[in-house]
Each structure stands twice: as structure tokens, then as C-alpha cells.
Design a protein around this ligand. Structure first.
Ligand code: FAD
Length: 605
């Protein structure tokens, strides 16, 4: 193999990822006048954020004026089972409303209340209606707004490029190396500050709501650069994905359906969620639990159906119904929004207005009219709460000059994320990451790029095309996804996760021996072979961290340890630090919460 040629670019701040987090960080950095570059795997405007449906959480109090940042903070901490970075949860709750108003000022058109305020809808785990939304296309509006605003800021965009490695200058970041997906040419971006905004890891599993881009690249890039990953075992399985037909299995059915009144029923027609209301939330005075909307959230005025309990809880109840033979014909349960006709005139038009994407999704992909018939739904891998360990104030990782924001960063959501808290996370922490990346870049300019690191990354990427015979990257990927779904899925045990770690070691050997026909141009097999190395890192991190957490908490459910155990109220930190640079898991204590925050939690009950 000769020496691969590279085109070099220079920026003060480099963003990897152009979803909500990356774009918001880029806008913030560019607003200070520094030279900003954004690299993304897909076309601008196509990041995963565009798929977000239900809305973004912010305690604006437009629908219920009892809402405020303190209630939002408390809900987020409870949803995260108190493993959240409390400082991030505080900043998020305090700043989310300003970020929504900022989007509106930049041109986002949210749904409105009758008196013209931004409308907010109910979502699981939120005490009051809190999700600012645009029908069920909120992510599309967010991306459109940020993109329109961003392209006028002088930001340089590199579309359809994949970053392969972070470049280091000693213990600080020096930039990144990657390639053009269409033509295969290599590029180096020299930059003193790099912000990872690469999204999640859903493609490590077989059934997922996530787009093709979610191969855990940012997590793996950070890990290989020496950064810490935190609480990787917490993978959210959203309770409602499509289950039929097989080609669409996993596609999300937004929680907005339940927020608008959709109910879950089993094959016997029973609302099984009433079987499982935790005592804390039960309306002790209700004689008939199924009568109307009697379930309450601890506040007698804030009534909620049990379908809006936290996602982990609802997902486990659905799995139980399916396992115990009360599922729908294609292995799910029924989600019914059509029933609201009983209490509302013009319900058909209402459903089509509030849930237009869901209406079309089911009509076109499954031949089901959701204004008339129930949907079949089941859990789907949705969101990574774990990720790059960042400082709650600056979003810098444990590597100097390497920042992370959005889904790739850990902290805000703890052991489980509340719906709607991701979109607000992106803009709150995207802004902060951009601001602090600029500060770092100004104080630490001009890193040196090591040509040896660049060449090593390019050569490693080209290896699959140099081999005449070897493994198929598609087969390795499919085996990994199947295995992860089976052994590290929604219900976990020590033995199965141990088997997963062994399988990953075997699959990694295969991933290192893939053979890809063709050349660098337009070669999807090559892209898949590159992704595999990242998928192996995140899969191993989830399995190892999961083995270490011998309790059930939030999204991590262990059949062999079904209870929460305060001895495990800590963080699991993953580093590449073993004697041979292998993955190690270390437990860290949760920093003590300041009294003013713990008082809020006590006050909220
Ligand atoms: C169907 C669906 C509906 C959802 N609905 C909601 C909702 O209503 N409310 C809510 O709060 N959350 C929702 N979520 C979650 C939310 O959409 C995501 O968590 C969020 O959009 C992630 O944004 P991000 O900016 O972190 O990453 P993304 O938007 O995914 O952007 C990642 C970017 O990184 C780039 N990238 C990745 N790897 C590389 C690489 N190696 N090199 C270069 N670029 C790279 C990608 O190309 C992309 O530009 C939903 C998720 C799904 C799947």
C-alpha cells in the first residue's frame, strides 16, 4: 500500500456531526467570529434529529402555569433514577425555555395555544404538559430552523464525509482525519478544539428506531482518543416501535400518540398498564382503576394515564404481555388512538392534525388507518443515555480540547431519559459546547498534527479493500446486531452478557478481516467495514458496563437482580486503560448534590 494522499483543512473549532447539537454548537462558535468547520456523514439537514417527532421539553408553563424549572429538574432526576449529572439537569431545566424561544425567534413555527402561546403537550414522566411541538414533526422544524440560521454564519460544511479518528498532539486534541464517502479521498482537519455531536449507538441492535448513521462513531472516537465513557449500560428501549410488516420493524411510533390519548391493550382488549402502577403513583381513592383518567402523578390535579409512565416501565409491561401470550398477532401489543372518538367530535381530523406523520406512516407502510384501527407496537432500541463523560459546565471530555454534546454525551439523563428531553438537551448543551470550545481554542491555538497518526488511520481504513478474501462486513454487522438484541437487550442476565462479551471478541477478529470488493468510490461495503470497528467498541462497553451493574435501575433491567440496589448508586466509567490497552470498567461515586437542589427533590416528593 502506498502513502494515501490527504487534503488538509484548518479550523479553530471543528464540529463532528450536523444534527441539532452540532448545528447549535456551530452557530454559537461562529457567532464569536472564529473559523468553524462542520463534518457530517450525510447531507446537511438529514441528521437523525430530523426524525424527532413528539417535541422538546421546556417548562414554559404555557398550558399549565404551575410548571417551572424546578419541577422539570425534579422530573428529569426522577426519570434518570438520580444517576443524572445534577448540574446538567439543573442547567437544562433552567435554560430549555430560552432555547425554545430562541428557535422561535430564528423562524421555527410551533403549534399554538388558543391564545397564541407555544403549545405544550403531555409526555411520559413529565408532571405537566411540557413539550413544545410542531405536530409530530418537531425535529424537522428544529433542523430546518438551525440549518437556515447556520448557513448564514460563514460556517464551512463538509457533507458526506466520515471521520475515522481524532488526532492527538500529546495529551491535547489536534484535529481529525476522515474520508469523503462518495469519492473515497482522505481529509485532515487541523483544529485545537473538536466537538463530537455524532448521536447514538442504536445500530448495534437489530430492532431500532435509529437511522443508519447511529453506529456509535463519536463514542468510539472519544474512547480511542483516551476519553472516558460513562454509564454505557443505559440504553433506552422505547416501548412503541412498529412490529409489522417485517421491513419496517423498529420504526418509532411517537410517544405523542399516547400523549394525545392513545391507550395500550393486550389481545384480551384489556388496558394492561393499569396492572402495574407503582404504589407511589396510585390514586388510592379510585374505586375502579380503569374508570376514565383516574391515575395521578402524586399531584391530585395532574392526571395522567398509566401509558405515560416512564419508558422503561411501559416497555417491560409490553414485554410481559407478549411473553405471557397476550400479544398481538405479529408479536406486539395494540396501541389505540381511534378510541378518542368516544369523547371527541371530529376525532379523525384531530388525529390527522396532531399526528400527521403517524397517520401516513401506518397508512403507507402497514395499510392501517389509525383513525379507525389500533396499531401493533413493540419495544425498539431508541436512545443511548450513556456516552462521553463530560464536564457539566463546559461539555469538555476528559481529553483536553475534545468536547461532546447531544446524544453522544452522557450525564443529563442518568439511567433513563424522559421523552422530549433530548431535543432540549441538544440546544442547551450544543450552545454551551460551542461557547467553551471557542474559549479553549483561543487559549490553546495551533496544535501540531502527527503525520504518522494520519497515515495509520488511512491505512487501517483501506485494509478491507487490499484483501482478496475475507469476511463480509454485512454479515459481521448482522451477527453483531442479532447477538446484541438477544443477549444485551431489554431483559439482561450476567450469563448472557458474558456470552455477549465473548461473541464480540470473536466478531472483532472477523471485523479486522473483512474483504470488500471494488474501489474507494461509492462503496457501501467499505463504509460498513469502517463502521464495524466503532460498533464493536460501543457493544463491548454496553455489555461490560451492564455486567458490572448487578441491579435493575432505569433502562437497565436484570432478570437476575430485579431490584434497585443502593450499593450500585454510582457511575460506571469505561476507559481504554488495561495493561494491554483493553477496556476497563471502574465505579465512581456520584458527586454530592448541593442542598438547594436536593431540597427541590424533597419538596416535589
Ligand atoms: C424516530 C425518533 C423520534 C424521536 N423523537 C424525539 C422527540 O420527539 N423528542 C426528543 O427530545 N427526542 C426525540 N428523539 C431523540 C432525538 O431525536 C435524538 O436523540 C437527537 O436528535 C440526537 O441529536 P444529535 O444532534 O445528538 O445527533 P444527530 O441528529 O443524529 O446528528 C448526528 C450527526 O453526526 C454525524 N456523524 C455521525 N458519525 C459521524 C462520523 N464518523 N463522521 C462525521 N459525521 C458523523 C451524522 O452524520 C449527523 O450529522 C427521537 C429519536 C428518534 C429515532
Amino acid at each position: 500500500m502506498g502513502t494515501p494522499e490527504c487534503v488538509t483543512h484548518e479550523h479553530e473549532v471543528l464540529l463532528i456531526g450536523a444534527g441539532g447539537a452540532g448545528l447549535r454548537a456551530a452557530i454559537e462558535a461562529a457567532s464569536t467570529g472564529v473559523n468553524v468547520g462542520v463534518v457530517c456523514k450525510s447531507l446537511l439537514g438529514k441528521a437523525h434529529t430530523v426524525m424527532a417527532e413528539g417535541g422538546m421539553a421546556a417548562s414554559m408553563g404555557n398550558v399549565d402555569d404551575r410548571d417551572n424549572w424546578r419541577v422539570h429538574f425534579s422530573d428529569t432526576m426522577r426519570g434518570g433514577q438520580y444517576l443524572n449529572n445534577w448540574r446538567m439537569a439543573q442547567v437544562h431545566a433552567q435554560q430549555a425555555a430560552d432555547r425554545v424561544r430562541e428557535l422561535e425567534a430564528w423562524g421555527a413555527i410551533f403549534d399554538r395555544t388558543r391564545d397564541g402561546k407555544i403549545l405544550q403537550r403531555n409526555f411520559g414522566g413529565h408532571k405537566y404538559p411540557r413539550l413544545a411541538h410542531v405536530g409530530d414533526r418537531t425535529g424537522l422544524e428544529m433542523i430546518r430552523t438551525l440549518q437556515d440560521h447556520g448557513i448564514h454564519q460563514g460556517i464551512e460544511f463538509y457533507m458526506e464525509y466520515t471521520v475515522l479518528e481524532i488526532l492527538m498532539d500529546g495529551d491535547r486534541v489536534a484535529g481529525a482525519v476522515g474520508y469523503e464517502r462518495e469519492k473515497g479521498r482522505f481529509h485532515v482537519w487541523k483544529a485545537p478544539a473538536v466537538v463530537l455531536a455524532t448521536g447514538g449507538i442504536g445500530r448495534a441492535f437489530k430492532i431500532t428506531s435509529n437511522s443508519w448513521e447511529y453506529t456509535g462513531d463519536g463514542h468510539a472516537l472519544a474512547y480511542r482518543a483516551g476519553a472516558e465513557l460513562k454509564d454505557m449500560e443505559f440504553v433506552q428501549f422505547h416501548p412503541t416501535g412498529m412490529v409489522w410488516p417485517p421491513s419496517v420493524r423498529g420504526i418509532l411510533v411517537t410517544e405523542g400518540v399516547r400523549g394525545e390519548g392513545g391507550v395500550l391493550r393486550n389481545s384480551e382488549g384489556r388496558r394492561f398498564m393499569f396492572d402495574d402502577i407503582p404504589d407511589l403513583y396510585k390514586n388510592q381513592t379510585a374505586s375502579d382503576p380503569e374508570e376514565g383518567w383516574r391515575y395521578v402523578t402524586g399531584d391530585k390535579d395532574a392526571q395522567r394515564p398509566p401509558e405515560l409512565l416512564t419508558r422503561d416501565h411501559v416497555a417491560r409491561c409490553i414485554v410481559r404481555e407478549i411473553r405471557e401470550g397476550r400479544g398481538s398477532p405479529h408479536g406486539g401489543v395494540f396501541l389505540d388512538i381511534a378510541w378518542i372518538k368516544e369523547k371527541m367530535s371530529k376525532a379523525d381530523a384531530h388525529i390527522r392534525k396532531k399526528l400527521p406523520s403517524m397517520y401516513h406512516q401506518f397508512k403507507q407502510l402497514a395499510g392501517v388507518d389509525i383513525t379507525k384501527d389500533p396499531m401493533e407496537v413493540g419495544p425498539t432500541t431508541h436512545y443511548a443515555m450513556g456516552g462521553v463523560n463530560v464536564d457539566g459546565e463546559t461539555q469538555m471530555s476528559t481529553v483536553n480540547g475534545l468536547f461532546a454534546c447531544g446524544e453522544v454525551a452522557a450525564g443529563l439523563h442518568g439511567a433513563n431519559r424522559l421523552g422530549g428531553n433530548s431535543l432540549s438537551d441538544l440546544v442547551v448543551f450544543g450552545k454551551l459546547a460551542g461557547e467553551h470550545a471557542v474559549k479553549w481554542a483561543k487559549q490553546n491555538p495551533s496544535p501540531t498534527v502527527d503525520e504518522g497518526q494520519v497515515q495509520a488511520a488511512c491505512r487501517a481504513a483501506l485494509e478491507p479493500m487490499e484483501r482478496e478474501h475475507g469476511e463480509s462486513p454485512y454479515e459481521v454487522q448482522a451477527s453483531l446486531q442479532e447477538m446484541m438484541q438477544d443477549k444485551v437487550g431489554i431483559v439482561r442476565t450476567q450469563n448472557e452478557m458474558g456470552e455477549a462479551v465473548e461473541s464480540i471478541a470473536a466478531l472483532r477478529t472477523k471485523a479486522q478481516n473483512t474483504a470488500v470488493p471494488g474501489n474507494r468510490e461509492y462503496n457501501p461495503g467499505w463504509h460498513t467495514s469502517v463502521d464495524l470497528h466503532n460498533l464493536m467498541v460501543v457493544s463491548e462497553a454496553v455489555a461490560r458496563s451492564g455486567m458490572d451493574r448487578k441491579e435493575s435501575r432505569g433502562a437497565h433491567f436484570r432478570e437476575d437482580f430485579p431490584a434497585k440496589d443502593e450499593a450500585h448508586a454510582n457511575h460506571n466509567t469505561i476507559t481504554k486503560r488495561g495493561p494491554d490497552g483493553e477496556m476497563t470498567v471502574e465505579r465512581r461515586e456520584i458527586p454530592t448534590m448541593p442542598t438547594e437542589l436536593s431540597d427541590i427533590i424533597k419538596e416535589m416528593g
